[in-house]
Design a protein around this ligand. Structure first.
Ligand SMILES: Nc1ncnc2c1ncn2[C@@H]1O[C@H](COP(=O)(O)OP(=O)(O)OP(=O)(O)O)[C@@H](O)[C@H]1O
Ligand SMILES: [Mg+2]
Length: 266
């Protein structure tokens, strides 16, 4: 009986994922480098460009997407006993544990097999519908969630690796790049996040992190996009008010979109 149910989900995922043209992973081996921020901004930028966009927060233990899009505590509408509607906010269909679980301040203590089932449910039980893009925010590392996502989703257009311009973070990028290579997933670009900071008083730009040149050159063949640190962007993401995140920051929008450049070619 149990087996039948699992198989049912597998075919549902296949059907749902076949309606989404481009599935893009946002990943890093190191935590706190800006995966969720870039996932949210990429989803918003693509939506502003006129694409139909879904945003899946596959970070079960740290579902920041819900907070950054302020969908925490919003009720999901059930379309039937087994189908749930993603929350639609800022023109994006969003699913995150942060909007499913009531008390987001409590830790979820789940081991691998449960997490794998949860990922399956996030993909199968929600009515994602037809879409041009699904942006998938992954937790740091190459553990259960990234593996399950890659295994279940089927064809993945590519991945964006996020790092800071720091030796230790760049070294982790190679591990993530190796993971992608082993799974035959295309590396679309590397986002060097929080690359510089402009002084609010004199406007002088300064590097926030330091990495040896040779560390960066190993990724020479991959497109690398430097994304500055914007204090206002941090504030808007913290508040979950992203409607105007690119207002007056057109260059940020262009940089975020360029991470997915390859996918615009078809
Ligand atoms: N370019 C940026 N400008 C300003 N703030 C940023 C930028 N990138 C990220 N941040 C801020 O840095 C913090 C950490 O980013 P974020 O949560 O996206 O990292 P993460 O890689 O998803 O972390 P985790 O590994 O915990 O999932 C956030 O509070 C976010 O607002
Ligand atoms: Mg995150």
């Amino acid at each position: 009986m149990h087996k039948v149910h699992i198989d049912h989900r597998d075919s549902l995922i296949k059907e749902r994922m076949s309606k989404i043209k481009n599935k893009i992973l946002i990943m890093s081996n190191k935590g706190g480098v800006g995966k969720s921020s870039i996932s949210v901004m990429l989803a918003k930028a693509l939506s502003e460009k006129g694409f139909k966009v879904c945003l899946l927060d596959a970070d079960i233990h740290g579902p920041s997407v819900a907070r950054m899009t302020s969908i925490e505590n919003m009720q999901h509408e059930a379309l039937s006993e087994e189908i749930i509607k993603p929350i639609e906010k800022y023109g994006i269909k969003i699913v995150s544990m942060g909007s499913i679980v009531k008390d987001t301040d409590k830790a979820l203590i789940w081991r691998g097999p449960i997490k794998i089932t949860v990922i399956k449910q996030l993909l199968a039980d929600f009515e994602w519908g037809e879409a041009d893009y699904m942006i998938i925010d992954l937790p740091p590392g190459t553990g259960d969630e990234p593996l399950s996502v890659c295994q279940f989703i089927g064809e993945i257009k590519g991945a964006v690796l996020v790092t800071t311009g720091q030796n230790i973070s760049f070294l982790d990028v190679y591990k993530a790049a190796d993971f992608l290579e082993k799974l035959s997933i295309k590396l679309l670009s590397v986002a060097e996040n929080m690359s510089e900071y402009s002084c609010p008083h004199c406007g002088k730009k300064s590097k926030l992190f330091y990495a040896d040149k040779d560390k960066k050159e190993i990724l020479e063949k991959t497109k690398r996009v430097e994304i500055p640190f914007y204090p206002k962007v941090m504030e808007l993401l913290d508040k979950g008010e992203i409607e105007d995140i690119f207002k007056g920051r057109e260059e940020l929008k262009e940089k975020i979109l360029s991470l997915a450049d390859d996918t615009f070619k078809g």
